[in-house]
Design a protein around this ligand. Structure first.
Ligand SMILES: [Zn+2]
Length: 231
């Protein structure tokens, strides 16, 4: 009986762990603003990463029962691996962080600057399927300005890693604050998660909106002005 009891406890724990995984995935829970990375994340080269991912992706496809001898499928593992490392997850690597030059705000424009409808493609870190949406970012210059396209590039950089929308919002906001040397920033992201629309609950109509306001954007007036502009 004791033995059975032990087996039961082990099974119970296994079910619990499995359910916990589902729970974390479906609720999209994350507990850190930093992307969780190991210390040795960049000990191997990109070429080595592509080789390893390609090998494992081939195994995934094989396991699914696909015939990799087929001409149409043969190159897929290599393509996926290259796409992961060089494109959709390239923002994991700090070497790909966009270089951002600051300029003096010579014309003394001291109103808010809004870059709206920035196209956003990311991937859910719980399901590895796309997150597609728009980002709106704004700041009020403290005397420094940056090139407009750099705002798009920053959004892109932080999107190109496995993500959770709340963290993505914070990472963009924190980066803007640090680059522009101001607390006066706002970031709103409105995105569709394919893990919600194409699987699981299969709700194709809902989208997720996250917002971060700080500094002057905490004032109702300033925030409302921003929200009217991005409408
Ligand atoms: Zn997901």
């Amino acid at each position: 009986m004791k033995k059975n009891g032990m087996v039961f406890t082990i099974l119970e724990n296994m079910v619990a762990v499995d359910e916990l995984d589902e729970l974390i995935g479906d609720q999209h829970i994350s507990n850190s603003y930093e992307t969780p990375l190991r210390k040795d994340a960049f000990d191997i080269s990109n070429e080595e990463k592509i080789r390893i991912i390609s090998k494992h992706f081939r195994e995934i496809m094989n396991t699914l029962g696909m015939d990799l001898a087929d001409d149409s499928l043969n190159g897929t593992p290599g393509r996926v691996a290259k796409m992961f490392v060089k494109e959709i997850f390239s923002g994991i690597d700090p070497k790909n962080r966009p270089a951002i030059a600051l300029f003096e705000n010579k014309y003394r424009y001291n109103q808010m600057l809004v870059e709206k409808n920035i196209t956003l493609y990311s991937n859910c870190e719980h399901h590895f399927v796309p997150i597609v949406g728009k980002a709106h970012v704004a700041y009020i210059s403290s005397g420094k300005v940056i090139g407009l396209s750099k705002l798009n590039r920053l959004v892109q950089y932080y999107s190109q890693r496995p993500q959770v929308q709340e963290r993505l919002t914070m990472q963009i906001a924190n980066e803007l604050k640090s680059i522009l040397q101001t607390e006066d920033v706002a970031v709103v992201i409105d995105a569709v998660h394919l893990c919600v629309s194409s699987r699981g609950i299969k709700d194709a109509n809902s989208s997720t909106v996250t917002a971060h306001y700080s500094g002057k954007f905490n004032r109702e007036e300033t925030r409302n002005e921003f929200l009217v502009l991005v409408k």
